[in-house]
Design a protein around this ligand. Structure first.
Ligand SMILES: Nc1nc2c(ncn2[C@@H]2O[C@H](COP(=O)(O)OP(=O)(O)O)[C@@H](O)[C@H]2O)c(=O)[nH]1
Ligand SMILES: Nc1ncnc2c1ncn2[C@@H]1O[C@H](COP(=O)(O)OP(=O)(O)O)[C@@H](O)[C@H]1O
Length: 191
């Protein structure tokens, strides 16, 4: 594929802010592909291996060729060169969900691809735990993730991301869809 055709949308934000919901909207409405990343955490009820993540053991995780990897709330997460390549084989625009630390590493590593960076923000953070609980996780699990150092860091946009990251407010979903469409349009995507 011509490198100039390739486009990447990097999505970050707090747990439960709607990163996956926004990504799924992009896949459904625009036919973009998602970059599947790797994790050592257990799959949630509806999650499937090789669709939502490559679910890895502590050993198999380190066998991948990572662009970057992080520890987040006690589990490992990493994005591989293979995952990115596979997504680009299927579409010239792909999206990836990362934590905010991974965004900085990714930005440094991937320089030849036109990239949009989005930080998903919930206007009222009190809504977050309610939204996550609807996803079917236990209250204990949700509490552990939300109180982690990484989740607290990602609850607001880190200063280093401000110069290049577009903040997408995810309050009422109907409005979010318009914001996403408009943001793509502003970036020169045909919508
Ligand atoms: N740096 C990095 N972060 C990742 C990767 N894959 C997922 N994440 C992030 O890891 C964090 C935890 O993800 P997850 O367990 O799915 O929880 P969620 O944010 O509540 O949906 C989120 O901030 C994801 O964006 C990766 O490959 N690299
Ligand atoms: N605008 C919204 N209004 C209400 N619920 C939402 C909205 N956006 C996402 N959700 C719900 O919030 C929960 C967390 O969203 P999700 O996309 O899984 O978050 P993340 O990937 O950031 O952890 C899901 O149950 C999802 O259906």
């Amino acid at each position: 594929m011509d490198e100039k055709m390739k486009k990447l949308i990097v999505i970050c934000g707090a747990p439960g802010s709607g990163k996956t919901t926004v990504q799924n909207y992009l896949l459904k409405k625009y036919g973009f592909q998602r970059v599947i990343t790797h994790t050592t955490r257990q799959p949630r009820i509806m999650e499937k291996n090789k669709v939502d993540y490559y679910f890895e053991s502590e050993d198999s995780f380190y066998k991948n060729h990572f662009i970057e990897y992080v520890e987040y709330a006690g589990h490992m997460y990493g994005s591989s060169y293979e995952g990115l390549e596979l997504a680009f084989q299927k579409s010239d625009t792909v999206t990836i969900v990362l934590d905010t630390k991974g965004v900085l590493s990714y930005k440094k590593a991937i320089k030849d691809i036109q990239t949009l960076f989005w930080y998903i923000k919930v206007p009222d953070t009190k809504q977050i735990s309610g939204r996550i609980l609807k996803r079917g996780e236990s209250e204990q699990e949700v509490a552990k993730r939300l109180t982690s150092l990484e989740a607290r860091r990602d609850m607001t946009i880190p200063q280093k991301l401000v110069p290049f990251c577009t903040v997408i407010e995810n309050g009422v979903w109907q409005n979010t869809k318009h914001i996403v469409n408009q943001t793509l349009k502003d970036a020169g995507f045909k919508v």
